[in-house]
Structure formats: C-alpha cells, structure tokens
Design a protein around this ligand. Structure first.
Ligand SMILES: NC(=O)c1ccc[n+]([C@@H]2O[C@H](COP(=O)([O-])OP(=O)(O)OC[C@H]3O[C@@H](n4cnc5c(N)ncnc54)[C@H](OP(=O)(O)O)[C@@H]3O)[C@@H](O)[C@H]2O)c1
Length: 272
C-alpha cells in the first residue's frame, strides 16, 4: 500500500475509522482523499488527518487506485450513477454498505472490479470483523489492497460466494447486538439473584471481556474451553445443562437464520 491512493466517498463514522486505522498503519495523508456533502465533516476530517477533502465525489476519485463507497445503502444507487462517468475500469471499488450486491454496484457503475465488505460496529474501535467478497474482475494485487484497507479496523475473512455475505451479516455484522443482549440478560439475572445492578453489570462485562480474550488466545476451540471449566456436578454444569435442555443451540440457529434471510431480502429491495 506504500503508493496506493485511496478515495472515500462518504466521510461518516466508518470512513473516519478506516482513515484513522490506515494513518495509524503508516499510510501517508497524501495517499488519502475523501468527499462528503457536510462542510463540518470535511473540516473535521481534514484537521484530524491532514487529508485532502472534496464536496464533489468525482473530484475525489480522480487518480485513485481504490474507491471506497462509505455512504448509507439508501443513497448508494444515486451516488454510484453520478460517479460512474468519472470511474475507470482499473479502479477498484470497495463497498462497505450493508445489503448492496456486486451485481447492483456493477449495474450502476459499469464493469469495474468490486469488493463487497460487511464490517461491523466494533470496527469503529478498530476491533471489527469483516467478511469480504471479490468479483472476478478483482486482481490479486487489488485483493491485497482491500485486505489491507479493512485490516486497518480489525479482522478480515474472505468468502468465496457472494451469498455467504448474508451469513457473515448474520454472524458478525449483527453479532455485536447478540452479545449486548447476553450482557443485558446476565446483568438482569444477576440482579434477580441479589446483586446490585452496578455489580451485576461490572461482573458480566469483565467476564465477557475475559472469556473473549481467553477464547482468542487459546489453542483450543470454545467447546473445549467450556468443557475444561465445567466440572461434572458443579455450578457451571448446572447452568450449561439449563441452557442446553432449553433449546439454546436451536434458538441461536433460528436467530441467525432470521438475520441471514433479512439480509437477502434487504439486498433484493436495495438493488432496485
Ligand atoms: N457504522 C457501522 O458500524 C457499520 C457497520 C457495517 C456497515 N456499515 C456501512 O457503512 C456505510 C457507512 O456507514 P456509517 O455508519 O459511516 O454512516 P454515516 O456516518 O452516516 O456516513 C455516511 C456519510 O456519507 C455522507 N453522504 C450522504 N450522501 C452522500 C453523497 N451523495 N456523496 C458522498 N457522501 C454522502 C453522509 O453525509 P450526511 O450525514 O450529511 O448525509 C455521511 O457523512 C453504510 O453503508 C453502512 O451500511 C456501517
């Protein structure tokens, strides 16, 4: 990426986080440009990162190797159609918009190489997880560029079929909310067992953090880690039995199937 020039179309939360991550990785400010209709947004970004900013999207993409589409899905069609005449076939388009398919992007932009990404909210803290899919037009060098770009805000995984982006959306895209729900539920249960709300919340949060760190650092998978902390007849076994005897896996399956199905439906609607 030492010479790669990147243009961000839309300079909101996600673009700002990606730009911060790229700058922290040592990318030069002169390699990054951004466009956004908000004067305040542009001034802030310029002041924080020293990058060149534009009101006009077409100006921002001139000479860019990678064009990152970071606008809301609802405005994507209009943004792409207006941008199409300014784009060349050699420019990689990276879309981070939820629910916009490569077919839609190429219908609006022309046959440009496209990488479709599904990041998640912790990307704003550079602790994200993103699934990436590349169209056939994307070169090996462009795959590396997209990988480096999204790695600036967290972990990156490639999928081989675009449909798998719906599964990525169900697992990691919507996933942070499932853990928030678990934190809410455990905090409420702790309170019912006699702890103050603050104590239940602190214990739950630190347990979630500790367990995530342990799972990430361990050579064992989650099932093995769980077995190791579950003595037969003990307290953890009592809780795990209660979860499993009440359809925990079936419930999680159902929840993620619903998210994946909704992701496919939204892609259908947003592509029109
Ligand atoms: N935030 C997340 O955690 C997350 C996670 C996964 C995926 N994403 C995806 O990332 C994309 C950006 O999300 P975000 O949270 O960064 O949204 P955001 O903060 O609203 O950023 C979008 C920016 O685009 C600007 N914009 C609107 N119309 C434009 C146009 N015609 N040309 C150029 N810029 C324009 C907006 O300006 P105005 O505010 O003035 O309209 C805003 O500054 C979305 O497609 C979303 O699906 C986000």
């Amino acid at each position: 990426m030492s010479k790669t020039r990147i243009a961000f179309i839309g300079a909101g939360n996600m673009a700002a986080s990606l730009i911060g991550g790229l700058r922290a990785q040592g990318l030069d400010a002169a390699q990054i440009r951004a466009s956004d209709p908000g004067a305040e947004t542009r001034t802030r970004l310029q002041a924080e990162h020293g990058i060149e900013v534009f009101e006009d999207n077409a100006q921002a993409v001139a000479d860019a190797d990678v064009v990152v589409l970071a606008v809301k899905p609802q405005v994507m069609k209009a943004v792409c159609q207006a941008l199409a005449p300014a784009l060349g076939k050699h420019q990689l388009v990276v879309s981070i918009a939820a629910g916009i398919t490569c077919a839609s992007l190429q219908a609006w932009l022309g046959e440009v190489p496209v990488v479709r990404c599904m990041p998640n909210t912790p990307s704003l803290l550079r602790k994200g997880a993103s699934g990436l899919y590349a169209t056939a037009e994307v070169s090996a060098e462009q795959r590396d560029q997209a990988q480096t770009l999204l790695s600036a805000v967290g972990t990156v995984l490639w999928v081989e079929q675009e449909q798998q982006i719906d599964a990525v959306t169900a697992v990691s895209g919507s996933g942070p909310a499932y853990f928030f729900l678990m934190i809410e539920a455990m905090t409420a249960a702790g309170e019912k067992l006699g702890l103050s709300r603050e104590a239940a919340s602190q214990l739950t949060l630190q347990t979630a953090l500790g367990a995530a760190h342990m799972a990430a650092a361990s050579e064992h998978d989650a099932a093995e880690l769980r077995r190791r902390v579950t003595s037969p007849g003990g307290t953890t076994a009592a809780a795990i039995d209660a979860f499993q005897n009440n359809g925990f896996q079936a419930l999680v399956d159902k929840a993620l199937e619903a998210a994946a199905q909704r992701s496919a439906e939204l892609a259908e609607q947003l592509g029109k």
